[in-house]
Design a protein around this ligand. Structure first.
Ligand code: NAP
Length: 280
């Protein structure tokens, strides 16, 4: 039986949870001929390094830090990847590179019954994850405000997104201005609160949350971040980012295999792996 291989490239990549998630899905679906592994490729040899999986018949790969932007030169980026400015999934059969982060976030919000169309949404952060979030939220018809520690980076995000996708309507604000603007959803796309800095939050202590607000925190380690705790203490709802990680992976899985993966299996195995990592 010829093995159908997929995997993730990054540098370093040993910490990646993607092999655990995808291999659990293959096992649950008894897709014994599929296997997902991790490949470490240093940034200075990316073009050469890509020959490895290509020549060994890999069907596709996920792409993680620091290759997401650089790989755009060596694949055919689709509309989403061009808009977001980064590729996180490649199908070697077509050499098309796509980005599943925006749809991963939107699919998880929808699965969590969070309304998007016509809503005001505050995005915290202006890095790669924020760009995917702003793209997805604007595309789904939300009005978006962006707050970032470095304002110039947020200005750049808005300009780049307008140029790459034609999507308009994101406004850069301060956190105080955003609190007055009012929103039904806050998406944290900063790394603030990420393990081991679990006491930190991107929300100013004592600043009230809008009534009925939902916080979606892309940070998934820890599962219940300081920001999520603050929001719930003020009567809001909070959702952690593990579902997004699962759903962006699920889109790639289906792209390569043509089979819808078991979301619950993927979620459970990741939750267990993260719990174990916290104990270690
Ligand atoms: P990035 O490009 O490095 O951006 C980091 C962002 O965090 C920037 O906006 C940065 O602000 C802000 N930031 C960092 N430290 C800060 C601090 N002390 N105070 C205020 N702001 C701070 O990273 P990224 O790729 O966008 O990822 C951001 C987070 O999202 C990471 O935690 C990542 O793990 C998570 N993520 C989760 C998923 C998921 O599936 N759940 C997917 C993608 C990313 P400046 O611009 O001022 O530096």
């Amino acid at each position: 039986m010829a093995v159908k291989r997929v995997g993730v490239i990054g540098f370093p990549v040993e910490h990646s949870l993607s092999p655990v998630m995808h291999n659990a899905a293959f096992e649950a679906l008894r897709m014994d001929d599929w296997y997902y592994d991790a490949m470490s490729i240093p940034p200075d040899i990316l073009r050469l390094g890509l020959r490895e999986p290509r020549n060994h018949g890999y069907i596709g790969i996920n792409v993680t830090v620091p290759h997401k932007e650089a790989i755009m030169e060596y694949v055919r980026p689709d509309e989403k990847a061009r808009a977001i400015g980064a590729v996180n999934t490649v199908d070697f059969r077509s050499n098309i590179g796509t980005n599943t982060d925006a749809d991963g976030l939107i699919n998880d919000l929808v699965a969590s019954d969070v309304r998007i169309r016509g809503e005001r949404v505050l995005v915290l952060g202006a890095g790669g994850a924020a760009r995917a979030a702003v793209y997805g939220l604007l595309r789904e018809g939300a009005a978006v405000a962006i707050v970032n520690r470095t304002k110039s980076r947020a200005d750049r995000l808005v300009a780049q997104l307008r140029a790459s996708s034609g999507l308009d309507g994101a406004e850069v604000m301060t956190l105080d201005q955003a609190a007055d603007w009012g929103m039904s959803l806050i998406v944290n796309c900063t790394s603030v609160g990420l393990h081991p800095n679990i006491k930190q939050s991107p929300w100013i202590h004592g600043l009230p949350f809008p009534e009925g607000v939902t916080v979606y925190d892309m940070v998934y380690r820890p599962a219940n971040t300081a920001l999520m705790q603050q929001c719930v203490a003020h009567g809001g709802r909070a959702i952690g980012g593990l579902g997004m990680l699962v759903r962006q992976g699920a889109i790639a899985f289906e792209l390569w295999t043509g089979v819808a993966p078991p979301i619950d299996v993927m979620y459970d195995v990741l939750r267990d792996a993260l719990e174990q990592a916290t104990k270690d």
